[in-house]
Design a protein around this ligand. Sequence first.
Ligand SMILES: C[S@@+](CC[C@H](N)C(=O)[O-])C[C@H]1O[C@@H](n2cnc3c(N)ncnc32)[C@H](O)[C@@H]1O
Length: 229
Amino acid sequence: MGRQRHSPSGPAAVARSVRQTQSAKLRLLDIGCGTGRFLGQVKQVWPRLPCIGLDLSEPYIDYARQHLRRWVLTNFLVANAEAIPVADATCDAVTSIFMFHELPPPVRRTIFRECARILKPGGRFVVVDSLQLGDRPDYDGLLHLFPQHYHEPYYSTYISENFEDIAEASGLTPVRHFNAFVSKVMVFDRPGSGASSVLGSRTAADVREKYDPGGVHHQERAESSWRHM
Ligand SMILES: C[S@@+](CC[C@H](N)C(=O)[O-])C[C@H]1O[C@@H](n2cnc3c(N)ncnc32)[C@H](O)[C@@H]1O
């Protein structure tokens, strides 16, 4: 759905999730990382944040390794996100950028369960993907047209998928979602707090004020739903 998808939604969403002062102690996993473009943006903001990029495609991971070679604390895995080779409760943040629209519905559910498994209590899962039906009703026609022009066999199920239900069935709590042009950012937390919590004891409003004063996405958030904001 175009280059606009990465900016500013992805890094901004993670920015609101991760305390800069704790970044060296946190661990972020980007599933379906592709060529590592998003991780490159993350490392520009937090050079010492330990990051792992995971993708099914070895050629993409090879490219990502090369592309991100100047950054420390950056590792890669060629693996299936349906069976993430990472121990339980060891990640503070998991991200997925434009992968879910490519997946069959049962695989979406399997991957959500995997993300819930590997997140620490209080950890956060941020999904950036296409808008869905009803997010911007004037774009609904465009969303229906997209899979007719490109080979996107699962897109038509994606645009009506209920990610709040998937998250809850996986043990994750939907926090908020907002639109960013043709993209949509969805935020989920693994319940629990404690030392590993990326949000600590702060409220979502505190985080918004610190990382998005005045609200770059104020309008989008005003239109967003889910119950925690
Ligand atoms: C549209 S690309 C997005 C890549 C990257 N996140 C970006 O925004 O540039 C989707 C990526 O998901 C990966 N992918 C698809 N299914 C996967 C799975 N089950 N496990 C891991 N990666 C997967 C693909 O190999 C591809 O690199």
